[in-house]
Design a protein around this ligand. Structure first.
Ligand SMILES: CC(C)(COP(=O)(O)OP(=O)(O)OC[C@H]1O[C@@H](n2cnc3c(N)ncnc32)[C@H](O)[C@@H]1OP(=O)(O)O)[C@@H](O)C(=O)NCCC(=O)NCCS
Length: 178
């Protein structure tokens, strides 16, 4: 018998940012390919690298398709969208990938530099954490080279930070989900 709690995320959450603007957060869908491609092209190299939980890949149609069609068996991606003059613009995304043990996951979050420090990263991660908890995940991990924003965000969310034993430039963040 499958004892995992079943959880269907709501299709859309709304979130008010620090500047008062209301944005939407929802799971990324196959029809978001154009938004995702535009988002990726706006990211600086370090932000682009953080869009991938594992191997960083050069951006092409296959990669964009894979990012917008996460494997439902082991992966969740949610993204934040703002209404701009150009329509709906993706401004941030967060993903987790479940490890083979089914109990731990690796996660990552990236926000468009023009939209940072407004609460987008925090809003995305809070929802990603809620989804992981509802799926029975016990611990979330993230790794990154030193980044003041990542450190502040991790601290705010209750992640425990420790230097990677194999690479002093890298910090591992760990969050237990009771
Ligand atoms: C890390 C990142 C996702 C934060 O996104 P964000 O939308 O700017 O974060 P928020 O606005 O929600 O801020 C969360 C906290 O971090 C702080 N913060 C954000 N950027 C900061 C920066 N560059 N320097 C210092 N503090 C920063 C905010 O003030 C806030 O602190 P508070 O909780 O005390 O108010 C974003 O900077 C980013 O995309 N960085 C590149 C990719 C990356 O490093 N991802 C994380 C590793 S997986």
């Amino acid at each position: 018998m499958n004892t995992k709690p079943s959880f269907t995320p709501p299709s859309v959450w709304t979130e008010q940012l620090r500047d008062g603007l209301v944005v939407q957060i929802r799971p990324l869908r196959p029809q978001d390919m154009d938004c995702e491609r535009a988002f990726l092209t706006r990211l600086p190299q370090d932000g682009l690298a953080r869009r991938f939980v594992t191997l960083v890949k050069p951006i092409d149609d296959t990669v964009v398709r894979n990012l917008t069609c996460p494997d439902p068996a082991c992966e969740v991606t949610i993204a934040a969208f703002a209404r701009t003059g150009e329509g709906e613009t993706e401004i941030g995304a967060a993903t987790y990938v479940i490890r083979p043990d089914g109990l731990y996951c690796d996660c990552t979050v990236t926000v468009d530099p023009d939209w940072q420090k407004l609460g987008v990263g925090r809003a995305l991660m809070r929802r990603l954490i809620d989804i992981a908890r509802a799926h029975g995940i016990r611990r979330m991990y993230a790794t990154t080279e030193h980044h003041a924003g990542a450190h502040a965000l991790g601290e705010h969310l209750g992640f425990h930070a420790r230097p990677d034993p194999e690479d002093p430039l890298v910090t591992t963040y760990e969050l237990a989900l009771p």
